[in-house]
Design a protein around this ligand. Structure first.
Ligand SMILES: Nc1ncnc2c1ncn2[C@@H]1O[C@H](COP(=O)(O)OP(=O)(O)OP(=O)(O)O)[C@@H](O)[C@H]1O
Length: 220
């Protein structure tokens, strides 16, 4: 059984009379212990795909299964329950509460999942290179630091599936290597990781690359 399965996803956006087909029949699978990179030019549908895969957006066609359970076409509450149980999510819209520090955001995420673990917070922040910024508020972070703080929140409960949009955006080479090590540790632990990225270095370390172009998988 796959950790994550998407079948023939379609997503259309309408603005006035204009229609954008953001996803046009995208299928993909991610197994436990696998890192999959989604690449493609700006506007090819990566973020839309990640939102549909995590149930934050509803595809217009096709469906998504998480650990063999259908996620699509369920109530918001059911989707939220499945999301909480299965995913750690970092999307471009961000996942940080603005009035809480980085450390407090991570702690809250653990508490919400019913898995408080004070001892894990410092090592987790260290693994994303943010120990020195633990007490900073999101408004005090750079773009790259914000992405890494969001990644720490997404990783807080060792989710079975990590879905991250541009997790290494705006980071230097050393920090990127540190984040790659984090994803590889997930692979070794048998956890699934799906990353949308423009980074060649990151994509090269994935087990598989899914290339999107104009809402379709190019190499499927
Ligand atoms: N809420 C929306 N309303 C209208 N159009 C949208 C919406 N979200 C995405 N789109 C359009 O759908 C297409 C795919 O967008 P998407 O953000 O998924 O691409 P992307 O590959 O993630 O791009 P980037 O690499 O720049 O983040 C684009 O043409 C975009 O303009």
């Amino acid at each position: 059984m796959h950790a994550l399965d998407a079948y023939e996803l379609y997503r259309f956006f309408h603005i006035g009379d204009d229609e954008t087909a953001a996803l046009r029949g995208v299928s993909l699978q991610v197994c436990a212990g696998e890192i999959v990179a989604v690449t493609g030019p700006s506007g090819s549908g990566k973020s839309t795909l990640l939102a549909c895969l995590t149930g934050l957006d509803e595809p217009d066609g096709g469906h998504v299964e998480v650990a063999g359970v259908r996620l699509t076409r369920r109530s918001q509450a059911n989707r939220a329950r499945l999301r909480r149980a299965n995913f750690g999510i970092l999307l471009q819209s961000g996942n940080l509460f603005p009035h809480l520090t980085v450390e407090q955001n991570v702690r809250l995420q653990m508490q919400l999942a019913g898995k408080p673990d004070e001892k894990r917070i410092a090592p987790l922040l260290d693994s994303v290179g943010l120990v020195a910024r633990a007490r900073a508020l999101p408004t005090e972070l750079s773009g790259g630091e914000t992405a890494r703080a969001g990644l720490a929140v997404a990783l807080a409960c060792d989710p079975p599936i990590l879905v991250a949009d541009e997790p290494t955006a705006e980071v230097d080479r050393d920090t990127e290597l540190r984040l790659i090590a984090q994803f590889e540790a997930r692979r070794a632990a048998g956890l699934a990781t799906l990353l949308a990225t423009h980074s060649k270095a990151l994509a090269q370390r994935a087990d598989r690359i899914v290339r999107l172009k104009d809402g379709r998988v190019e190499n499927g």
